[in-house]
Design a protein around this ligand. Structure first.
Ligand SMILES: [Mg+2]
Length: 221
């Protein structure tokens, strides 16, 4: 039984719906007069196990390298609003599994690149309570995944050896973060990365689960 479970949010506790994300991005881009072709191109790359952009800023800079700062700012705001009101559905049984684990005395933490406001709304939508988590690292933290320092506030709060913790995530970036921090990892398939995509990155077959509840059942049972 791990002494701490660190979970990613999007694609792990909630189901990642690429169609919804792309729709949000495209709507925001159209509103700001930005071309949507780069958004569409990213899909095939990520589906094939390619490392997604580590941060929103990195993605936007990659999409439209020549766009003005004002236009990028407008896009970021429009996209945030789309995401805020268009929360993603929770993975079936995820809230219950997290709550049960917490009741067993296992400390929980969240590590996500979401901004805290949107995360707060999405937590409520998914029936997950913020106070279940000993620590929540969001997109406004100084460090971002895959930098292992991103986990520092979590380990400062919950004093356990990294190898006694478990990191559950849905992307190669989560895997890289866990590896660099020395935390055992389980990849789930409710996000953008396929089983083949994980394996291509070096995640062993036995460390891939279909969903978060399955991962917690198998590795925290
Ligand atoms: Mg994710």
């Amino acid at each position: 039984m791990p002494r701490l479970v660190i979970s990613d949010w999007d694609g792990t506790v909630t189901k990642f719906l690429l169609s919804r994300l792309l729709e949000h991005q495209k709507r925001a881009a159209r509103l700001c007069g930005l071309p949507i072709a780069p958004i569409v191109r990213l899909e095939a790359y990520e589906r094939n196990g390619g490392r997604p952009y580590a941060s929103f800023d990195e993605a936007v800079a990659g999409f439209w390298p020549n766009a003005s700062r004002m236009r990028i700012k407008a896009f970021a705001l429009a996209f945030c609003l789309e995401e805020l009101v268009g929360a993603y559905p929770a993975v079936w049984g995820a809230a219950r599994a997290l709550s049960a684990l917490r009741s067993q005395g296992v400390p929980l933490a969240l590590c996500t690149s979401r901004d805290p406001v949107t995360l707060g709304v999405h937590l409520a939508f998914a029936g997950v309570r913020p106070w279940w988590f000993e620590a929540i690292v969001t997109g406004i933290h100084r460090y971002q995944k895959p930098d292992p320092h991103v986990l520092r506030p979590i380990f400062r709060k919950v004093r356990v050896e990294p190898e006694r913790a478990l990191f559950v995530g849905d992307t190669p970036t989560d895997w890289e973060t866990a590896c660099r921090a020395g935390v055992p990892f389980v990849g789930v398939l409710t996000g953008l990365t396929s089983r083949e995509g994980f394996k291509k990155c070096g995640v062993p077959e036995g460390r891939i689960a279909n969903t978060l509840p399955e991962a917690l059942h198998r590795f925290c049972g």
